[in-house]
Design a protein around this ligand. Structure first.
Ligand SMILES: [Zn+2]
Length: 214
């Protein structure tokens, strides 16, 4: 079921079906959190009484909205973090280079360094032995990079936004020796664009392709 959500992050019906399944398994807090966040994402915050609206109707909507926000705050700390995020973060000794945010019940926002997402050049392949082809490399399995966590993260979470905490490094890396490692990544990124959404979209598209999701 999680696979369906990851395959189509915009399919909210799949998320609500997942919530029902969670509830049947007795995971009521998790189920409620998904429903609350999905409803919040689809509900505008009531800011003023519309002329066409009765005062009592507005009060009811405002009270319901406040309830949703309160339940979101109460339930959020109890959400079980996907194992891949803990595993990735613990590699950095919990230094906080990887953080995430829940939206619509799942981790949709990830903030990390570029190299955490696309990986670092494989040292063994950077200095290859003459008679060992890269495809035989036991460190990187022929990909030329190690510790690329993006693909594993998009396989486990319906990520919609990736923010690199070192955006200047993203630009600088186009000119450095790591460029060949990042070539596949930057190939889909128009160099003249500086909107951070384009980095995010390129990073997600790259990771989903690497993960075999498209
Ligand atoms: Zn290698």
């Amino acid at each position: 079921m999680l696979a369906e959500i990851v395959a189509d992050p915009e399919d909210l019906a799949a998320r609500l079906a997942y919530a029902d399944w969670l509830e049947e398994r007795g995971e009521c807090d998790r189920a409620e959190f998904v429903r609350v966040q999905v409803e919040l994402a689809e509900t505008a915050e009531p800011v003023g009484v519309r002329q066409s609206e009765q005062r009592t109707e507005w009060d009811r909507r405002a009270a319901h909205y406040d309830d949703l926000r309160r339940r979101e705050r109460e339930l959020r700390p109890h959400q079980q973090t996907p194992a891949v995020l803990w595993a990735t973060q613990s590699r950095f000794g919990g230094s906080g280079t990887l953080t995430w945010e829940y939206r619509r019940g799942f981790v949709e926002v990830v903030r990390c360094r570029l190299e955490d997402w696309v990986g670092r050049p494989c040292n063994a392949c950077m200095e290859p032995l003459e008679d060992v082809p890269h495809s035989m490399c036991r460190l990187c399995h022929g990909t030329g990079r190690i510790d690329a966590h993006g693909p594993a993260i998009v396989r486990a979470c319906p990520v919609r936004l990736v923010e690199f905490t070192d955006e200047r490094a993203v630009r600088g890396s186009m000119l450095t020796t790591t460029r060949h490692i990042l070539w596949e990544f930057f190939r889909v990124l128009p160099i003249t664009q500086n909107v951070h959404d384009s980095y995010s979209n390129a990073a997600i598209a790259w990771a989903r392709k690497e993960a075999g999701l498209c």
